[in-house]
Design a protein around this ligand. Structure first.
Ligand SMILES: Cc1ncc(COP(=O)(O)O)c(C=O)c1O
Length: 379
C-alpha cells in the first residue's frame, strides 16, 4: 500500500498554463518589472474597483511603503492588533514609529475598535487592522472612526484577497490596503504583494518608494529626493499573478466548500472553539481555518498534539503568536495579561490544513486524526 501523502497546512495550486507562461516570460527578453507587471496591476485595479494598485515583492514591503506614503516616522504612534503577523510590528518599528497594541475579539480575531478609540493620543497617525478569514473588520465603523479622529488606515488584507464588504471587494473601499501573494495565501506570485492607494499622485509616490526613490528630470536624468527601497515585482512573478487572479473565484469556492466540511465535522465534536460560522453569500473568504484547542482539558501540550498530527502526515501552523509578547513587543513595555483574548489565542490556536488543492476527504482525515488524539488525551 502506498503511504498517504503528507498534507501541508497551506500551499498554492499552479497549473501547466501558468508554468508555461513563466517560460514565455523567461524567453521574452524582459524578466524584471515590465509589461506583465503593468498588466497585473491593471487586473488588480479592476478587482479593486478601479483604484490604483502597485505590485510589490511582498505584503511586508507594501506595509512599509504604505507607512512611508502616509508620512509616518519617528514620534508617531500606530495602533494595531496584538493578534497578527510580525509584519505589522516590524514595519511600524522599521519606519521609526511606535507600535501601540490593542486586543482582538476572541472569536473573529479582528482588532477591537472600542480599544482602538481608547488608545488614540495626539501622536496617533494611523490604524493597521488585520482582516481575519471568515470575518472582516467592520469597515463602516473603522472608516468612520478614522475620519472622525483624522487617522490614516492601512488595512492588512494579506489573508482576505477576495473577501467582500457589503458586496464590494476588500481593496475597492477604504484608504490604503495591502495584499500578500505568498504561496500560503488565497493566490500567489511565489513571493509578492500589492498596495492599493487613493489616487494617481499617491501612485507616483509609491513608484518612487518601491524603486530607490528615483524620479525623472525633464532631461531624462534621475533624481532621488528621499530614500526609496527596492520592492518592484519581476514580470516572471506578475505572469503567475495574472493567471492566479483569473482562477481566484474558483480557489475561493473550493476553500469555502472545505471550510463547510470542517464546520460539519467539528459540530459533532464541540471540544474546540471555532471561527464564526459561514453563511451562504456572506462575502467571506477562507485563507486559514484556525481553532482554539481545549488544552486545559487535555493531557498533551499543543506541541505534542502537533507532533502527533505530523506523525500522521498532517501539517499544522500557529497563527499567530502574541506580538506584544515577542522580544521586540516586550521592549515597548508590554507584558503577560495585557491582552487576554490575544494571549489565549496565542496559547491555544491551531491552524488546520486548508488550501485549494485539498479535497473534503482530506478534511475528514484531519478531523478524524485530531478527534482521535483529543479523545486519547482527555484529563
Ligand atoms: C496577516 C499577515 N500580514 C502580512 C503578512 C506578510 O506577507 P508577506 O509574506 O507577503 O510579506 C503575512 C504573511 O504571512 C500575514 O499573515
Amino acid at each position: 500500500m502506498s503511504p498517504v501523502p503528507y498534507l501541508k497546512f497551506a500551499g498554492p495550486v499552479l497549473d501547466e498554463a501558468t508554468i508555461a507562461g513563466v517560460a514565455d516570460v523567461l524567453r521574452s527578453g524582459w524578466i524584471t518589472s515590465g509589461p506583465r507587471v503593468q498588466a497585473f496591476e491593471r487586473a488588480l485595479s479592476t478587482f479593486c474597483g478601479g483604484r490604483p494598485v502597485k505590485a510589490m515583492t511582498s505584503a511586508t514591503a507594501a506595509v512599509e511603503v504604505a507607512l512611508q506614503l502616509a508620512g509616518i516616522g519617528p514620534g508617531d504612534e500606530v495602533i494595531t492588533s496584538a493578534q497578527s503577523f510580525f509584519t505589522v510590528l516590524n514595519m511600524i518599528v522599521k519606519v521609526g514609529a511606535t507600535p501601540v497594541f490593542v486586543d482582538c475579539d476572541l472569536v473573529t480575531r479582528n482588532i477591537d475598535l472600542g480599544e482602538v478609540e481608547a488608545a488614540i493620543t495626539a501622536r496617533t497617525k494611523a490604524i493597521i487592522p488585520t482582516h481575519w478569514p471568515g470575518s472582516l473588520v467592520d469597515m463602516d465603523a473603522l472608516l468612520a472612526l478614522a475620519r472622525r479622529r483624522g487617522l490614516r488606515v492601512i488595512e492588512d488584507a494579506a489573508l482576505v484577497m477576495g473577501s467582500q464588504w457589503k458586496g464590494r471587494n476588500i481593496g475597492a473601499i477604504g484608504d490604503l490596503v495591502t495584499f500578500s501573494f505568498h504561496p500560503n495565501k488565497n493566490m500567489t506570485t511565489i513571493e509578492g504583494g500589492a498596495l492599493v492607494v487613493n489616487d494617481a499622485a499617491e501612485g507616483e509616490r509609491v513608484d518612487a518608494l518601491r524603486f530607490h526613490g528615483i524620479t525623472y528630470r525633464p532631461d531624462r536624468t534621475r533624481d532621488v529626493a528621499f530614500p526609496g527601497g527596492k520592492f518592484n515585482l519581476p514580470d516572471v512573478n506578475a505572469s503567475i499573478g495574472i493567471a492566479q487572479l483569473a482562477r481566484l473565484p474558483e480557489f475561493l469556492a473550493t476553500r469555502r466548500e472545505l471550510v463547510a466540511r470542517y464546520f460539519e465535522r467539528c459540530a459533532t465534536d464541540p471540544s474546540c472553539v471555532l471561527p464564526p460560522s459561514p453563511r451562504t453569500g456572506d462575502g467571506q473568504s477562507w485563507n486559514m481555518f484556525c481553532v482554539l484547542l481545549p488544552l486545559d482539558r487535555l493531557t498533551v501540550t499543543r506541541r505534542e498534539l502537533r507532533d502527533a498530527l505530523d506523525a500522521q502526515g498532517i501539517g499544522t501552523g500557529v497563527s499567530y503568536e502574541a506580538l506584544h509578547l515577542c522580544t521586540l513587543g516586550r521592549s515597548y513595555g508590554y507584558k503577560e495579561g495585557d491582552f487576554p483574548a490575544t494571549e489565549r489565542i496565542a496559547r491555544e490556536t491551531l491552524t488546520l490544513p486548508l488550501h485549494a488543492g485539498m479535497t473534503t476527504t482530506d478534511i475528514d482525515r484531519v478531523c478524524a486524526a485530531l478527534a482521535g488524539i483529543v479523545a486519547g488525551a482527555r484529563t
